[in-house]
Design a protein around this ligand. Sequence first.
Ligand SMILES: [Fe+2]
Ligand SMILES: [Fe+2]
Length: 270
Amino acid sequence: MTMIKRDPSFELKQYLSSNWANDDAFLTAVFNSLSISFPKGEKFFMNSVRAFKDEVNTEMSEAIRMFCIQEATHTREHIKYNKLLCELKGYDFEELESIFARKLEKSYSDKVDNKMRLAITTAMEHITASMGASILKGNLVKSDNPVADMWKWHSLEEVEHKAVAYDVYKAVNGSDRIMKIVMRYALIDMIHANTRVAIKMLRHDKQFWKLSTFQSMFKFFFSKKGALRMNYADYKLFFDKDFNPQRHGNDLDLTPWKEKFSSNEPILGK
Ligand SMILES: [Fe+2]
Ligand SMILES: [Fe+2]
């Protein structure tokens, strides 16, 4: 899939202090929490893929370069998002980010080698691409505002570069067995850290003990139409014998999203 460099910007200020995702406090906190995880998470992804740039062919090394350009742009925009979010809501950024940072620290230890780090990235990239496809299909976020648009732009690029980490992992003879073991831990770790941060945000906003928050949380984790069960089939594909991200999710037409984000015009609110 073709990856291109885009340079969008989003006017977030008007919306970030509200429940911008479906007017749903829990879903909004889940997305805001994910945003907090990105700067350090995406740095980890870039480093783990870049570690192999001299061991692959020219075409793949160009794919690595484009992957890093896209991830670096996501990080740039999520840093702005996080700063504004914490200013508007009064969150302690360092405290929230440290929950994700502690999980990542384990992956930077001497016991984990470059190939294992790439396996973790391959698993995480499958999760972000599956979630991104779901967002673009309109399954998760129904709202139309610049914050939702920022997630759609990020989703588009996650789908575009969904196979890069996997292709590099295969090119350097990464083990399938290890990749699948890592996926189980990565998914559990991600859900655990993300839920902890989202709950901290909801408590801070005094939204946690509300019936509507519990209903939304229940739907998210357990309902057939909730984010977890809806995307479960996609996550499970990773464990298929012939899994290859390039072959999955191609029913999604990216054209409208490519057009929407082609101009690099700032995305403004209404
Ligand atoms: Fe990203
Ligand atoms: Fe990515």
